[in-house]
Design a protein around this ligand. Sequence first.
Ligand code: ADP
Ligand code: AMP
Length: 218
Amino acid sequence: MQRNLILLGAPGAGKGTQAQRLAARFGIPQISTGDMLRAARREGTPLGKKAESFMNAGQLVPDEVVVGLVEERLGKDDAKLGFILDGFPRTIPQAQALDTVLKKLGRDPLRVIDVQVPEATLLERLGGRLSCPKCGATYHVRLNPPKQAGICDACGGALVTRADDQPEAISQRLREYHDKTAPLVDYYRKAGLERAVDGVGDLEVVLGRIIEALASGA
Ligand code: ADP
Ligand code: AMP
C-alpha cells in the first residue's frame, strides 16, 4: 500500500518536525520544498538564485519553480511506495499540478493532514527555531532544545537560525499562508481527503494524533 501524505499547516505548525518522524516510522521519504530550495540557494544554482529573494522576504517562490522540483523528486524510485510532502502544495495551482503529476505516475490518492496551531503558538515556535542545514532537523531553543547547545543531535551539524525566522519575514509568511495556502484545507476537504489534527502539545503526542488520524482512514 502506498502512503502518499501531505502535511498542511501554517509556518511553525510542526510539519517538518513531524514529517521527519513519520518518514522514519513508515520508511518513506520526507519531501520538503523548503529544504530543497534552501539547498539550491546554498549551492548557488540558477534555481537557488531565482528563489533567494522571495525566500528571504518571506514570500512564496513562483509556482512553476517548485512544481518542477516536486515533479522530478516524486519520479524517483524511493518515492514509489509513498512520500510525505511538507510545505507543498502551498497554492491551489500547486495542488492542481500535483493532482496531474500523481495521475501521470499512476499513484494512489493522497491523504492530507492539516496540523492546526493557534497564531500565538506559531510565533513562539518560529521565534526560537533552530535548524540543521546538513540534515534538515529542527529544534527550539526552549521547547525542543538539542542535547548540546548549537549542535544537531542527529548528525552533529552546526545549528542555525533561518534567515526568514526574523519578525518581518515571519509576518509576511503568515500573511502568505492565510491568503494562498489556507484555501487548500477546503480544496482537500471537498475532495474528502483532509483530516484536521490538533498540533498543540508534546511532539510525541502530536505524532500519535497524526498516526491515529491516518489509521482511521483520513
Ligand atoms: P514547520 O515545518 O511547520 O514550519 P517546524 O517543524 O520547523 O514547523 O517547527 C517549528 C518550531 O516549533 C521548531 O522550533 C520545532 O522544534 C518546534 N515544534 C514543533 N512541534 C512542536 C511541538 N509539538 N511542541 C513544541 N515545539 C514544537
Ligand atoms: P518552509 O521551509 O516550508 O518554511 O519554506 C521556506 C520558504 O521556501 C517559504 O517561505 C517560501 O519562500 C519557499 N517555499 C517552500 N515551499 C514552497 C512552495 N511549495 N511554494 C512556494 N514557495 C515555497
